[in-house]
Design a protein around this ligand. Structure first.
Ligand code: LMR
Length: 333
């Protein structure tokens, strides 16, 4: 009969309760941080900064491995991997949570936020903070919001008015709101993982898409899109999440230091995001592959009018009060 040492037995029991592996020889706690974008993006930089600070301030206690560009798990697999404990941290786009908390769909409503300052105010509000813990019954704990930025649209024909989008196939994230957003302008939405966007556009499986400047440039999507329209019609931001059982099972001092680090990194990511997108837009303009279209106020108003009915469609799932709170964030305090 295999004789287990008392220490090994205690460790085994601890693992089964907390989900955190306490190796008998106190090897560092492993945090795998997986995401789907390139390093030189707001989220990519944030993950690397989190790794650096966590290993500097918790030497020998914590080891962070970052897996960018869908290299470990991509869209559709990453959430399952988190719930199974195969990764410990993700930062999915806020568009990718609808199956875990319907109110999270608020972040996809077109033309909801006037600018990133409004997004900041909403995310810092009691309603915004409440969404961070709204999925703990599903073993998902939100640690922070990270910015990317407002989305622009692209296609291989100029998009100036809603009718220009009619009949085109647009790649969208896995989001019912974003599907309805493009149906509202009589286009055809196609859910597709981020890693497939370049090839989908290159082969014509889709004709257009929407994203932030930094995501377009870092994935070379401008090479297969002749026109980009600076619509600023929606948001791509992130929630940094962890497996609730794993997080609550960490030693108190480790968890509290990681929380401090996460706050510090979030401030830095949100500060850098604007610059990273501004530089990416300039690099796309310099590449000469893509004409950047500025909308007139009247044209932008036409897009807003066309897409506004989507709000009503999802008010029941999101909550009218939450939408009001988000709209109120557009007014500077
Ligand atoms: C997308 O799928 O377009 C984005 O969510 C990718 C990302 O994480 O920024």
């Amino acid at each position: 009969m295999l004789k287990l040492s008392l220490k090994a037995l205690v460790c085994a029991v601890a693992v089964s309760i907390t989900g955190v592996s306490y190796a008998a020889d106190s090897a560092p706690i492993s945090i795998k941080f997986a995401h789907v974008v390139a390093d030189h993006t707001p989220k990519g930089q944030g993950a690397l900064m989190f790794k650096k600070l966590a290993e500097e301030r918790l030497p020998g206690r914590v080891k962070v491995d970052v897996y960018p560009n869908s290299s470990l798990f991509g869209d559709g697999k990453e959430m399952e991997a988190l719930l199974l404990g195969e990764v410990q941290m993700l930062a999915p786009s806020l568009a990718k949570f609808e199956q875990y908390a319907k109110p999270m769909q608020i972040f996809d409503l077109p033309f909801l936020f006037d600018n990133m300052q409004a997004v900041d105010r909403f995310q810092a509000s009691p309603e915004g903070r409440g969404l961070l813990t709204s999925m703990e019954d599903k073993n998902i704990t939100g640690l922070a919001y990270w910015h990317n930025g407002l989305k622009v649209m692209s296609a291989n024909k100029p998009l100036r008015e809603p009718s220009d989008a009619r009949g085109l196939k647009f790649r969208v994230q896995a989001s019912a709101v974003l599907e309805e957003q493009f149906r509202a302008v009589r286009a055809n939405p196609r859910k597709m993982s981020f890693a497939e966007v370049y090839q989908g556009l290159q082969t014509g499986v889709v004709n257009g898409t929407e994203n932030t400047w930094s995501n377009y440039y870092s994935q070379k999507v401008h090479e297969v899109q002749k026109y980009m329209t600076e619509s600023d019609h929606g948001l791509i931001d992130y929630m940094v999440i962890t497996n609730t059982k794993f997080w609550n099972g960490l030693p108190d001092d480790v968890r509290s230091e990681l929380e401090k680090i996460m706050t510090e990194v979030s401030v830095e990511v949100n500060k850098q995001a604007d610059d990273l997108n501004r530089t990416a837009k300039q690099d796309i303009a310099k590449a000469g592959t893509t004409e950047i279209i500025e909308l007139t106020p009247e044209q932008r108003e036409q897009w807003r009018e066309a897409m506004r009915p989507v709000w009503k469609k999802f008010e029941g799932e999101i909550g009218a009060d939450l939408i009001k709170a988000a709209e109120a964030s557009n007014k500077a305090q």
